[in-house]
Design a binder for this molecule. Structure first.
Ligand code: SF4
Ligand code: SF4
Length: 298
């Protein structure tokens, strides 16, 4: 499995206390992504200049001369970098670090099992990312291993994966945390790179197979904070029999700082953060149409 990290004691990735496994690789390119280091399925090196002490260990370790440390400070030329990660291994301060770890399902399970005493009836493991179902065999095997051990399973998905895996996913996951990003499909394509229609169909199919779900709806001010989008959420909700509630997730520009660590421009947008009034309006629109809403922005 290609993972970026495993976070323990998570409280917002499904019910109860959870261990969240972040998969690396996603078929979407959402402009608002808050985990941009999970988009590419390949290894990447993150560099945090604030932690660099200018020791030059990276320059000594790099076989292609991608690091230079001199009077003008530390320069990391990513055009030369092959992501071999030798510099990250040599860096004494953690200023350079790898985005990806390759682990077996057994190794991930061992981490998940450490906290099983805290999961109780509701908690367990959540597969997130990135898109966990972009590595479908590994994701499903890990889910089944957890289920066999009595550990609750949830999967956070954008729905963009081979639909042939929907039945197996519906069976292996106790709960699907399903993103619904935009009811306007032209805008969905423009902002994510793909149509949202097949993603919605996959959720409807999973629901028909009895899969429990939560609709996760990111709200971006001036992008999808409009009545037509709320109507689309309500329409999708009306087609689902096993959806527990819709969760409103106000955009936050976290991803911008991570883009900087990847050597890219900070694309965080303060103007996309919805106001409390907009969140209230969204909540009221949905509630008026019979959608059960939970609002993390409250
Ligand atoms: S990842 Fe490898 S090639 Fe890239 S800068 Fe580090 S040592 Fe050099
Ligand atoms: S090894 Fe780490 S601390 Fe030393 S110069 Fe390179 S990035 Fe900075």
């Amino acid at each position: 499995m290609r993972v970026t990290e495993i976070q323990r004691f998570c409280m917002h990735d499904g019910p109860g206390v959870r261990t969240t496994v972040f998969f690396k690789g996603c078929p979407l390119r959402c402009r608002w992504c808050h985990n941009p280091e999970t988009q590419s399925a390949s290894q990447q090196i993150l560099y945090d200049a604030a932690r660099c002490i200018g020791c030059g260990a990276c320059a000594a370790a790099c076989p292609v001369g991608a690091h230079r440390v001199g009077a003008d400070g530390h320069v990391y030329d990513r055009t030369e970098c092959t992501a071999c990660a030798l510099c990250a291994a040599a860096c004494p301060t953690g200023a350079l670090f790898q985005a990806m770890r390759e682990m077996t399902e057994e190794e991930v399970l061992a981490v998940v099992e450490r906290d099983r005493a805290f999961y109780g009836e509701e908690g367990g493991v959540t597969l997130s990312g990135g898109e966990p179902m972009a590595q479908p065999e590994a994701a499903l095997r890990l889910l089944r291993m957890c289920k066999d051990r009595g550990i609750g399973t949830a999967v956070e998905t954008c729905g963009c994966f081979d639909p042939a895996y929907v039945p197996a996913l519906a069976e292996a996951a106790d709960l699907l945390l399903w993103d619904f990003k935009d009811g306007d499909d032209a805008r969905h394509r423009e902002n994510t790179g793909v149509s949202g229609l097949p993603l919605m169909r996959a959720l409807i199919e999973a629901d028909a197979r009895g899969a429990q779900s939560v609709l996760r709806c990111i709200l971006l001010r001036g992008v999808n904070t409009e009545e037509a989008h709320y109507l689309a959420i309500a329409e999708l909700w009306s087609k689902l029999r096993h959806c527990r509630y819709a969760e409103l997730l106000p955009y936050h520009p976290y991803g911008g700082a991570k883009r900087r660590l990847l050597g890219e421009a900070d694309d965080g947008r303060e103007d996309w953060i919805p106001t409390p009034e907009e969140l209230e309006r969204a909540r009221d629109h949905l509630a008026a149409r019979g959608v059960r809403v939970r609002d993390l922005g409250r």
